[in-house]
Unconditional design. Structure first.
Length: 252
């Protein structure tokens, strides 16, 4: 038989109350974050644009985690999402301005030749695999290469896309990314692993998203995992930004 003194009982009660409050706060934070993402998804009309909420949620979670770690350009609120779960004959790239709650671009985008034909079904971080790589990237600087104006990418997910620079996986334009190519072949042409764009929008897109914005590539995969999909740390950043906005409003 164990004996609990009144003092210990009080401590136990306080601890239980603290745990209850903590759990309640965590639940409230998750609910607020989920509500925020749902509202943003609706206001930006992303469902109409063909971007699934689950893919958007993963991309946005990574966005807030990377902001928390100061790996993104703080002056830009751009999120580029690629859904390789869709066939290449469909537009499967979206550039979303999260502050303005608006889709800026919705475009075709090619996958790597090693990943599949009409659909990307295999992914790799290996040099010379010619496959696309899943995960989170931060855009860097531009350069002029064999495909013209191109944008370097820094892959952040170890084991999944961190060889992006070594593999020269960049954003560039290509003639094989067009509606006319799809009409003729039933699918887009394929790259060596780069997310290639229609040539007519490449310059505008590259100039828009260069310099520290997030690009996220999603696809159904049992193997992919990322620290940047941690919801708790994303909520921490989200709550910090909400408090800052509220403080700014109160000071006016």
């Amino acid at each position: 038989m164990s004996f609990v003194s009144p003092a210990n009982s009080a401590v136990t009660s306080d601890t239980a109350e603290s745990i209850t409050i903590s759990d309640s706060s965590a639940a409230t934070g998750k609910e607020s974050f989920e509500d925020f993402l749902e509202d943003l998804y609706d206001e930006a009309d992303l469902n109409k644009a063909g971007l699934s909420f689950d893919v958007f949620r993963r991309a946005a979670t990574g966005f807030y985690n990377l902001k928390e770690q100061r790996k993104l350009n703080g002056s830009k609120s751009l999120l580029t999402v690629i859904d390789f779960g869709k066939p290449s004959s469909q537009k499967r790239l979206w550039i979303v301005d999260l502050d303005k709650k608006k889709v800026l671009y919705h475009s075709l985008v090619a996958h790597g030749s090693g990943s599949g034909n009409e659909r990307a079904v295999k992914f790799s971080n290996t040099v010379n695999s010619h496959m696309s790589s899943l995960g989170f990237y931060v855009t860097e600087n531009t350069y002029i290469g064999k495909h013209g104006l191109s944008l370097k990418l820094n892959g952040l997910d170890r084991g999944f896309n961190t060889n992006a620079k070594q593999r020269a996986v960049v954003v560039h334009g290509a003639d094989y990314v067009s509606e006319s190519f799809v009409r003729q072949h039933g699918r887009l042409g394929r790259s060596h692993g780069c997310p290639a764009l229609p040539k007519e929008i490449t310059s505008q897109v590259v100039q828009l998203i260069k310099g520290g914005t997030l690009l996220y590539i999603d696809a159904p995969s049992a193997n992919y995992s990322s620290a940047y999909l941690n919801t708790d740390s994303a909520i921490k950043r989200f709550e910090t930004e909400i408090m800052a906005k509220q403080s700014k409003l109160l000071s006016k």
